[in-house]
Design a protein around this ligand. Structure first.
Ligand SMILES: [Fe+2]
Length: 478
């Protein structure tokens, strides 16, 4: 009897200390923030498929980095070597890919560079088609004017709290982050983004926001698979990339780049390489449907000209967006025309087109006083009482359906859901052709991007970043 009691007590203590690893009070967070481990920037990015993960972290010195990986049944750790690249500030970013992962297994990893040896972090691989994502956008870790880094410390804490709130509802396998991870695109902000131990056991897939492009450090922060390099234009800091998880192809688009020709080539190649994957999900930063901000409608109209037909041509089921910090869901659209209406809490089988969602910001939630009228009539549902609330979404993926549940972090309540079901791989996507003039619009976007890069280089220079025009225009493609 005594033995049973002792074992039970040991188990309870072990479980409590495990929970304490992640659940931190703000006071505990402040203590953790003073440690080097909080600022190592360890991030677990997706690999090309479930058998890989790509890991990145920062160090002050150059070295030959490696990752030690262990799992049940392994006699000794497997060691994966990687590369070390210099960052704009003179630090180093270490990048290692771990491969050969099996489905439905827990893996523990340790990052080693020079005399740095990280804590242990554990992630798990999914099995089959089922997995769960946390979809957030505009996390906005912001370096303020204060020297203590207080704003980054708090922003990082809140983001970690959102992860933990989502984890209490479902086991999260991956974070889908639709851009503006950082407000000024600075290394310090990406270190803050990666600080929470809760996040280091979850794969992180980021899109690039307009704020990430206010600096240049996303370029060395990321470690992403299947990037579209070598196109006509890029934005210097990143590319479109794809990965497959379960029965879903994720295409993450660099929407700061207006180069329609490059995006079209990317999506065509990604779809061709993954013909048998049932679901297609895109994620990018720029909102296409205004989020009830009429002043943005003219920009959105131009963006819809490029992106709307592209999503229709490649039969994209769901698009995850950000930028307006305002939660909304578009109607089901084909070539920017409504093919089915969205009203809130929808459940659609074989949707005849694409549905887009925009979520709210984590650290810069919109604070009310919205215009009364949606800025355009393709906006199907919008969250009326959003003012000031932090929003997040849990998405359950399976072979037959995708269900998005949307929550307020502040009230803990679920305020909307959307379920898409398919009875065949093509679902209800119309077989109609896209407009014949579409390649001309894509070309116009490519020409625009060349001039946009010149003006962005000037803006970076004005902000103190010394990047040559040659590098912005050409080196960004490598
Ligand atoms: Fe933003």
């Amino acid at each position: 009897m005594k033995r049973i009691f002792a074992v039970t007590l040991a188990l309870v203590i072990a479980l409590m200390s495990y929970a304490q690893c992640f659940a931190m009070s703000e006071g505990d967070w402040d203590k953790y923030w003073k440690t080097d481990e909080a600022h190592s920037g360890i991030t677990l990015f997706p690999g090309s498929d479930e058998s890989e993960r790509r890991i990145s972290w920062y160090s002050e010195k150059e070295s030959e980095p490696f990752v030690e990986l262990t799992a049940d049944g392994m006699k000794s750790p497997r060691v994966f070597h990687g590369e070390c690249v210099e960052t704009y500030s003179g630090d180093f970013a270490n990048k290692v890919t771990v491969t050969g992962l099996e489905e439905g297994k827990d893996y523990t990893y340790v990052c080693v560079s020079g005399d740095y040896r990280s804590d242990e972090y554990t992630f798990n691989t999914s099995r089959g088609s089922d997995f769960t994502a946390l979809y957030v956008t505009d996390i906005h870790i912001s370096e303020g004017e204060d020297e203590e880094g207080d704003s980054i410390r708090y922003d990082s804490y809140l983001y970690g709290e959102v992860i933990e709130a989502a984890e209490k509802i479902s086991d999260i396998d991956i974070v889908l982050s639709a851009g503006d991870q950082a407000s000024r695109g600075l290394e310090s902000e990406y270190k803050g983004l990666s600080a929470s131990p809760a996040g280091r056991g979850i794969t992180f897939a980021p899109a690039i926001g307009n704020h990430d492009r206010k600096g240049v450090d996303f370029r060395t922060f990321k470690n992403l698979p299947n990037e579209k390099k070598g196109g006509i234009n890029t934005t210097y800091i990143g590319f479109d990339y794809w990965f497959v998880k379960g029965d879903t192809l994720f295409m993450v688009l660099e929407s700061n780049n207006g180069s329609g020709i490059d995006h079209h080539a990317f999506m065509e190649a990604a779809v061709r390489a993954n013909k048998d994957v049932k679901w297609r999900v895109c994620m990018m930063h720029h909102d296409l449907y205004s989020g009830r901000i009429p002043s943005r409608e003219s920009e959105n109209e131009l963006l819809r000209l490029i992106w709307g037909p592209m999503f229709s041509e490649f039969a994209i089921d769901l698009v995850l967006l950000g930028h307006s910090h305002y939660y909304s869901v578009s109607d089901v659209l084909f070539n920017n025309k409504i093919t089915a209406e969205i009203k809130g809490n929808d459940d659609i089988t074989d949707a005849p087109g694409t549905v887009s969602i925009v979520s709210g910001s984590i650290n810069h939630p919109r604070s009310g006083n919205e215009e009364e009228v949606p800025a355009n009539d393709t906006l199907g549902y919008y969250y009326d009482n959003q003012g000031g609330q932090v929003l997040y979404n849990i998405i359950d993926f399976s072979s037959d359906s995708i269900t998005v549940r949307s929550y307020s972090y502040d009230t803990g309540e679920q305020f909307n859901s959307l379920t898409l079901r398919k009875t065949s791989p093509s679902g209800g996507h119309p077989a109609k052709r896209i407009p014949l003039y579409q390649p001309l619009i894509n070309l116009a976007g490519t020409v625009y991007q060349f001039f946009n890069n010149i003006s962005v280089r000037q803006r970076l220079k004005d902000s103190g970043f010394e990047i040559s025009l040659f590098d912005i225009l050409f080196k960004g493609n490598r």
